[in-house]
Each structure stands twice: as C-alpha cells, then as structure tokens.
Design a protein around this ligand. Structure first.
Ligand code: HEM
Length: 430
C-alpha cells in the first residue's frame, strides 16, 4: 500500500519546469506545429534545455514522481523509466488517457476519438482502430495498394527541376499520399479537406482558451463523409465500411488518422536527414531496397522518432487514488511523461545523442530506458506497424536518388541536436 505521496517542487522549480519544458512544448504547437515558433525552438535547441531542466530536477528531488506547485488539480511529473512504464501499462485504470486537458483540445476536431473517450466507448473505439489499422500485423492487408500510391506520388520528387527537395514540396506530395491511403483516389486532390482540418487543429492548439469553430467542424465532417461513403477498395475507408459499429464514431477516428499522418511525414523527412549525415547507413538502406520487410529502414524511422519524438508529452489523469510503485497519487491528478527526457536524458545512456538504428533490430530492451516513441500499454499507437510500413516505403522511394542535406542541421559524426525543425531541411541531388 502506498504511504508517501510525490516529492513536492518549490515555486522556483515549478517555474523552471513551466519555462523550459511546458512553454516551449505548447508554443511549438501540440496538435499542429507553428512554423515560426519551431524555427526559434530549433535555433535555441529548447528540447536540450528541457532535458537539462528535468535532469536537474531529478538530481534535486530523486526518482519519485514530482508534484508541481500549481493551483487547481495536482500535476505530477514522472522522473523514472519504471514509473513511466507502470503508468502506461495501467491505462485506463487508474491512469486514464482521456484527461480533461486532452478532451478539451481534441473536442475542437475529433471529440469522439478513442484517445479522448472513456469507459465502454473507449473500448469500442480502440478496438475499431485496431481492426482497421491492423494493429498486430507488421504488414497491413492494404500494403500492395499503399506501395503503389507511395511510388506514384513520391516518384516526381526524384527529378526536381532545380535539383532540390524542400519541406513544402515534400509535404504537398505526402498529403496526397495520406488522403489516398486513408480515403482513396477520389480524395487525392482534396486539399480543402486538409486545410479545413489544419484550421481545426490550429484552434485545438489553444484547447479551452479558444471557442470551437463549429461551422468549420460541420463543413469538415460533411466533406469527410462523402469520401467515406465511397469506401474505395485499397484504402482504409474500405475497411471502415467493413468494421464500423454504431458506438465507434468512425469519422472521428478517421480524422485522427489524417491528422496523425502529418507528424509521420515530418519523421520521414528527418530520417532522410539522418541517413544523409551517415553515408554508411545510407548505403545500407539503399542495399535493402529490393527486400520485402525493410527492417533497417523501419529501424531508422524508429531512431528518428526516438531522437525527435513527435508526441513529446504523454498525458494521463488518475481516475481514482493510485499507487505508483509505492507512491500515492491522488484521484484527479494530471500525470506528465515528457518523452525527450527519457529518450535523451541520463537513462538513455550512451545512445542519447547518437544515431543508433541497430538498437531497434538487435533486441536491446529500449523499453527499460523509457524509450517508447509509439507509447506503451493499452493506449499504444494502434498504427505503429502501419506507420513504419508506409514510412519505410516512402524512404525506399526517396533514396533511389543520392541526396545531400544542405542546411547542415545534423553535424556528421557529432552530437545530434535535440530539436530539429523539418521545415529547415533542404535536400540537394548529388
Ligand atoms: C510518427 C507517427 C506516429 C507516432 C509517433 C504516433 C504515436 C502515438 C502515441 C505516442 C500514441 C499514444 C498516446 C498516449 O499514450 O496517450 C498514439 C495513439 C494513437 N495513434 Fe499514433 N502515432 C503516429 C501516427 C499515427 C497514425 C498515422 C495513425 C492512424 C493512421 C495513428 C493512430 C493512433 C490512434 C487511433 C491512437 C489512439 C489510441 C488509443 O486511443 O488507445 N497514429 N500514437
């Protein structure tokens, strides 16, 4: 039975957390990245500062969960990989994924998504996601169709008139891939749908501080429904039609997929930059192109997500009084797991700032270090295999050419920066 509560941060240390961890994370945009803030964060390497701040707090207070000195509901920061694992393993009781904060942000564009749902509804919606996204299968049943889409859409990027590939060009093509994978050929050129979703995500960045854009929400779902009605074979929409049951709020899950494929594109672009900075790895990836499983490219993508997690803050809220490895956490507490601290901090050890794709292939137990870019436990990303499969297919296509990264964002052989804006990356044909 837990006796002691969390360690208590002083007002000064709470301020340090707010300034160096919370503010930059919120500023960059949790649901859609703000380009100008990300550029500034990149220049200041704000994630490195965040990791240093949490490292200092851990040496001051020890490994126990740390309660911040804030008004309102208690907010507890997790400081050990064991506690992080325990929290994630015990989703949803007592550590609910659908925290009040998350619900208020996601209500702007996908109130019925599984991550914002509780109780029986959550179970229904989670299992719907697992079915359509084929959570347990390394190769998705639509793999062949997705490969054709990716080859089609990324092919033209390989022969740029000026020899360059930048984020704007890549992301246009990437979103065509996403619309076709999720909704089929008929959605290929529906940029309006992507723009509407971006508008809603911008509002969601402000959570309860901004009123909901109800008209835009209605217009977005009306448009999405017309695409879903087609249930095009070879798209996720065809599997939606085959799996939906009344409690699933299917369109809200689909909105999440369209949204979550945006950071996946950023991770692909960063992975290409990692390969450019490591010619040996580039060559290994090129040699792998003819093979079926693309294990090395998947591992490179995992490394990119370890080095720059696209979901930096994993949030939970206790549904009842909880015992976390002997520490009593009061009912209603917000629980914060800041992924970069575990991916890049002392528990990561010597791999922290290096590109080490082999850790994902040779059975090292990265989980024990608190490294889980797709989360862990019952709310673990149900699209993890699908994301790795489609990202590896995209990389396979991109590295048909020999690229050089022009901005010098990743120093060859040196420490890899903790913050990397994909917007600054420019690839030049060699
Ligand atoms: C770089 C790509 C992605 C990463 C790193 C990622 C990571 C994550 C993480 C960390 C969570 C769990 C959050 C938590 O524990 O609170 C999550 C949840 C989820 N992800 Fe992903 N994700 C990615 C892309 C996608 C894509 C493309 C889809 C759909 C096609 C997707 C579908 C979902 C869903 C439905 C959930 C909610 C699961 C639940 O409610 O239990 N994700 N993802």
């Amino acid at each position: 039975m837990a006796q002691r509560g969390p360690s208590r941060a002083t007002a000064g240390d709470t301020l340090a957390f707010a300034l160096h961890v919370a503010l930059p994370t919120l500023g960059k945009g949790v649901l859609i990245r703000r380009r100008s803030v990300l550029a500034l964060a990149d220049r200041m390497d704000t994630d490195a500062r965040a990791v240093r701040t949490l490292t200092r707090l851990r040496s001051t207070y020890g490994n126990r969960p740390l309660q911040l000195k804030l008004p309102g509901r208690p907010r507890v920061v997790i400081l050990s990989p064991e506690d992080a694992m325990e929290v994630l393993d015990n989703t949803s009781t007592p550590f609910m994924a659908a925290s009040d904060d998350k619900q208020s942000a996601l209500a702007h564009f996908e109130p019925g998504v599984s991550l914002a749902s509780r109780g029986a509804e959550r179970c229904d919606r989670r299992s719907f996601n697992e079915q359509v996204l084929a959570s347990e299968e390394v190769s998705h049943p639509c793999a062949a169709a997705f490969e054709t889409i990716i080859d089609d859409e990324l092919g033209p990027l390989l022969l740029p008139p000026d020899g360059q590939l930048d984020w704007d060009t890549f992301s246009e093509a990437w979103f065509r891939v996403v619309r076709r994978v999720v909704l089929g050929e008929g959605a290929r050129d529906d940029k309006t749908l992507t723009r509407q979703l971006a508008g809603l995500r911008k509002a969601a960045n402000w959570a309860f501080l901004r009123p909901r854009r109800k008209r835009l929400l209605k217009a977005f779902y009306a448009r999405l429904d017309t695409h879903l009605e087609r249930a095009e074979p070879g798209s996720l929409a065809s599997r939606v039609a085959a799996s939906a049951s009344p409690g699933d709020a299917p369109a809200h899950q689909v909105a999440h997929w369209l949204f979550a494929y945006d950071p996946a594109g950023m991770a692909v672009f960063r992975t290409l930059a990692l390969l450019c900075a490591d010619p040996e790895a580039y060559e290994r990836a090129r040699k792998e192109r003819a093979t079926e499983n693309l294990g090395f490219m998947r591992a490179c993508m995992m490394e990119s997500l370890r080095l720059w997690p696209t979901t930096p803050a994993i949030l939970r809220q206790t549904s009842e009084n909880a015992d976390l490895n002997g520490c009593a956490i009061a009912k209603g507490s917000g629980v914060i797991i800041f992924a970069p601290f575990f991916h890049r901090g002392p528990s990561a050890g010597d791999i922290a700032h290096r590109f080490t794709p082999d850790i994902w292939q040779d059975g090292q137990t990265v989980d024990q270090r608190g490294v889980f870019p797709f989360s862990a436990g019952p709310a673990r990303c149900p699209a993890r295999h699908l994301v790795l499969m489609t990202s590896a297919m995209a990389l396979r296509r991109l590295i048909e050419q020999q690229w050089r990264e022009e901005s010098g964002a990743i120093p060859a052989g040196g420490d890899i920066p903790a913050t990397l804006s994909p917007y600054r990356l420019i690839f030049q044909l060699r």
